[in-house]
Ligand binder design. Structure first.
Ligand SMILES: Cc1cc2nc3c(=O)[nH]c(=O)nc-3n(C[C@H](O)[C@H](O)[C@H](O)COP(=O)(O)OP(=O)(O)OC[C@H]3O[C@@H](n4cnc5c(N)ncnc54)[C@H](O)[C@@H]3O)c2cc1C
Length: 424
């Protein structure tokens, strides 16, 4: 196997997708001496990485696919504007993914997914510390923790097994059992919230778009190339990968696919069938804060969060299963804002900008990280679902080691892209 080495001993690598996963990966590859080109059909952070809630949610080790969700889902699905919804026009297309999701929710698989998620979180957290230092990124971070609030004793008690799980994985938290204790961390919440869990080590970026753009600027400043280009297909030919793009054919020694919720379409061109779906999420961003938000607040039983973004506030969440083509239903954003107005007395709730993004989701909530079995010069890095920002720095380090064929800091078998057997 021969590769064309550049002066610093690295090979030429094309990364497809300039969301947070692609940009972080491009930077990590560049730091290891590769000549890297980053391609995106729209630009840097123009899709899902632009509008997320901005949280590094290292404490969220429990996958969506869980025994608990199987109990809650039927009730949620009956409410078309509830935390989880399925667009009827898309229902039949969801069946294969839903079958894998169901299997991944069984207790044994669920337990294995939690361990794999926790290991990736530990690595990602350490990698983020390295990345912040590398790019002088501290001014783009907030360290204000996260408050997960509950309405009444019964809801709180039902959450305790999840907190016990976090404890088993070494996650620090405080349980708050009175409105007064909650008010010490976040004053002004509606009195219906009587209990909470606080995770002090949770971090946020001041703005996920700015953070991704900052990483892209560091990549460019060190000689990295970013081009607007739409990749249609890939093929491995001898010692190179050839990309068919709207700007013609491109060649590289290695390729990384970090195309978010569209990645499975590229994988298909190699013959790899990967059950990637999208969990569409909605939010509304307010340019100024009419509520004194002191931490990231999660209303988990309502499926949404409020976080500070820049000088403003973002209300976002919900999961809509509806594929990549159906138009957004912004009633979902409106419902979340109506709830935020009730839950945060004094919050104005007018003048916001609505947005929908495509979470790239595998059935077991673990990402797809690893080489294509059909083309060993193509590495996949996608499918991070609700946690793409959180796991971006760790994913980037793993992928850089895969490309360089170096020993890995983590057993990546649980994230094998074809772990569902190649059936969509
Ligand atoms: C409402 C909401 C809130 C969220 N909150 C959080 C949070 O607080 N913390 C967290 O960790 N995660 C959160 N997420 C999830 C997170 O945003 C995603 O996991 C993450 O952005 C995925 O990043 P990505 O780089 O894989 O994909 P993207 O950001 O979607 O980037 C993929 C890129 O690939 C490009 N592309 C696709 N196909 C091609 C092609 N053929 N050729 C060229 N380019 C192509 C696209 O243009 C796009 O720019 C949230 C998501 C939503 C929707």
């Amino acid at each position: 196997m021969s590769e064309s080495y550049n002066q610093s001993g690295g090979t030429s690598v094309i990364v497809i997708g300039a969301g947070i996963i692609g940009v972080s990966t491009a930077l990590a590859l560049q730091d290891r001496g590769h000549a890297v080109t980053l391609l995106d059909r729209r630009g840097v952070a123009e899709e899902t990485s632009r509008g997320n809630a901005g949280a590094f949610a290292f404490t969220d080790v429990e996958p969506l696919a869980s025994p608990g969700i199987l109990l809650k889902a039927p009730k949620w699905l009956l409410d078309p504007l509830g935390p989880l919804s399925l667009r009827p026009a898309y229902a039949h297309k969801m069946l294969p993914w839903a079958r894998h999701f169901y299997a991944a929710s069984r207790p044994r698989r669920h337990k294995a997914s939690i361990s794999a998620q926790a290991r990736l979180m530990t690595l990602s957290r350490a990698a983020l510390v390295r990345l912040i230092a590398r790019v002088e990124g501290e001014p783009l971070m907030r360290r204000e923790g996260q408050l997960q609030v509950y309405e009444g004793e019964a809801e709180y008690r039902a959450s305790l097994p999840a907190w016990e799980l976090r404890r088993q994985h070494g996650i620090a938290f405080d349980l708050l059992e009175s409105p007064e204790a909650i008010a010490e961390i976040q004053p002004g919440l509606a009195s219906r919230f009587t209990h909470a869990g606080f995770t002090p080590d949770w971090m946020n970026t001041v703005d996920p778009k700015l953070w991704t753009e900052h990483l892209a600027a560091c990549f460019r400043a060190a000689g990295g190339v970013i081009e607007t280009n739409d990749v249609q297909a890939m093929v491995q030919q001898g010692d190179a990968v050839v990309l068919e793009t709207t700007a013609g054919l491109l060649r590289a020694d290695q390729v990384v696919v970090a195309a978010g919720a569209w990645s499975h379409r590229l994988a298909r061109t190699l013959g790899d069938r990967i059950p990637l779906e999208t969990e569409r999420g909605y939010n509304t961003t307010f340019p100024t804060c009419t509520f004194d938000l002191r931490t990231h607040v999660t209303f988990s039983n309502h499926g949404f969060v409020v976080s500070k973004i820049g000088d403003g506030l973002r209300v976002g969440g919900s999961v809509e299963l509806g594929g990549l083509e159906l138009p957004p239903n912004y009633r979902r954003s409106e419902v979340l804002v109506q709830k935020a107005v009730q839950f945060l007395p004094g919050f104005d709730g007018t003048g916001g900008t609505q947005w929908m993004g495509f979470r790239p989701s595998m059935p077991d909530s673990l990402p797809a990280i690893g080489r294509s079995p059909r083309a060993d010069r193509v590495t996949y890095a996608f499918g991070h679902g609700h946690l793409g920002l959180t796991q971006s720095a760790g994913t980037a380090e793993i992928v850089a080691d895969i490309v360089a064929r170096r020993p890995l800091a983590l057993n990546i078998a649980p994230y094998a892209p074809l772990r569902f057997g190649g059936q969509p």
